[in-house]
Each structure stands twice: as structure tokens, then as C-alpha cells.
Ligand binder design. Structure first.
Ligand SMILES: [Zn+2]
Length: 91
């Protein structure tokens, strides 16, 4: 029986084989899904995978890249958007 604080369904549990061959339960806190690009749905870099309460404790600069659309659109999609916009403007 796990200790009292761990007997809750709100924790993620995983069976882990120890070096001695035993199989034990390890407990983890739940983590939200990673932030994804709004266009290509790839996982975004530079966006921490934390719950909103923890995110609020961080400075703004460590929550998302400080470029336009940082934290919403990935860098390659933004590059394509900018290049297309320039191409259309010059035509
Ligand atoms: Zn993208």
C-alpha cells in the first residue's frame, strides 16, 4: 500500500523495473500537454510544460520566445509567413 499522500487518482503512476529486478510503482504529478504550433501542430520549443499556476510564477521572457507570434507559431512557419508576405508585397 502506498503512503497516504500517494493514494490519490490525481497522480500519474508508472510501473518501473528496478536494477534488482523488482517492479515498483513510481508516482508523478500530472503535466499538461506541450504547446503546439497553430499551423503545423509541431511541439513548440521554449514554452515550459507547466500548469497555469506554475506558469504565473515565471517571468514573461521564460514563458515563450520573444519574437512575433512566439509561443503560438513555430519559427519555421513564421519564416514562411514572412517570406510569403514579402513576396506578395513586392509583386
Ligand atoms: Zn509550425
Amino acid at each position: 500500500m502506498p503512503r497516504r499522500a500517494l493514494r490519490t487518482r490525481s497522480l500519474r503512476r508508472k510501473y518501473v523495473r528496478t536494477p534488482g529486478g523488482r517492479i515498483v510503482l513510481h508516482y508523478f504529478k500530472k503535466r499538461p500537454n506541450p504547446a503546439k504550433c497553430a499551423i503545423c501542430k509541431k511541439e513548440l520549443h521554449g514554452v515550459p510544460r507547466l500548469k497555469p499556476a506554475k506558469l504565473r510564477q515565471l517571468p514573461k521572457s521564460s514563458k515563450r520566445p520573444t519574437r512575433p507570434y512566439g509561443g503560438t507559431i513555430c519559427s519555421t512557419c513564421l519564416q514562411k509567413l514572412i517570406k510569403n508576405a514579402i513576396r506578395e508585397a513586392t509583386d
